[in-house]
Design a protein around this ligand. Sequence first.
Ligand code: HEC
Ligand SMILES: [Cu+2]
Length: 322
Amino acid sequence: MNDFFHFLPEASSVAFRLDVLFWSLIALSAVVALGVSIALVWFSVKYRRGSRADRKDRHRQSLPVELTWTLVPLVVFLAIFGWSFVLFAELHTPPADATTIYVVAKQWMWKAQHPGGQREINVLHVPLGHPVRLTMTSQDVIHDFYVPAFRVKQDVIPGRYTEMWFTPTELGEFPLFCAEFCGLDHSRMTGSIVVMRPAEFADWLDGQRGGEGLAARGALLFRRLGCSGCHGANSSVHAPDLDGLLGRPVHLSDGTTVVADATYIRDSILLPARQVVAGFAPIMPSFAGQVSEEDLLALVSYLASTPSAAANGTTENSHERR
Ligand code: HEC
Ligand SMILES: [Cu+2]
């Protein structure tokens, strides 16, 4: 039972407001259910067969009553929709200053990697009061990253990146669960989130064997895999400049425009023929089978770390370098 109450702390910035919404819905449902039940019992007794209740007025109609029971619930439910929508939008919009931590799920463990390259398994250390964005993918089947104390939960899906974010507001250790049945040891795919004071967290990061940073490893891979041979500044191949790609709108050869997110970059590497940048020949080879999920995340992290064209002082057209 003690384990159960472990779930209940409201340890993230959204937890309290989500709880208010949740319990309001429960309270509203309880009031309606109670009202209906009381009326049900009351009428069953009053109009039971053989009772002497007055049955003359059976077909009376009342427009005000009809309007009230239509409009009041309509207004109430639209208000609840608006309320939840605001929270939903917040839950899906990480703040700009969030730190990105990459998570790879597999049967049956959670692997996390910090921007500095520090890795952990089934434990995630995060700083108190600072927003953290998780960019997550799976190496095999669908998993689901669930931290009850933070009231956040997100499917982790092979073949694409999903994101979630939270700002921890309480020190301590909080349970992490996989909330998607993912095979034999699903129930043991658990872990914990350790929330530390920012200074202690910085010490902890320093004390871990980080090796090279994630972006630095990505930069290395970018050269080793031959990406720079085509995408590099001195390349003679006609390929797009990738600096500052993340978050930038990209015009595709089929006339559509997409915003380059982590999944777009991933797809560009594994399925280059699927979305071809306008004005370029589809000559990029697929790297499917040659790069692991960790390597892909390192490449994404590297491309995310490159300055945007605007910050470079170059024009937007430098993207279409010839
Ligand atoms: C043979 C040359 C070549 C190599 C090698 C190559 N690319 Fe490309 N890449 C291209 C060309 C040409 C395009 C534009 C056409 C397209 O979208 O397929 C492109 C498109 C991309 C895009 C989308 C760019 C945008 O502006 O939207 C990304 C991201 C990318 N490449 C990353 C990589 C990475 C990472 C590697 C190494 C693992 C790599 N490329 C290796 C030629 C290459
Ligand atoms: Cu799982």
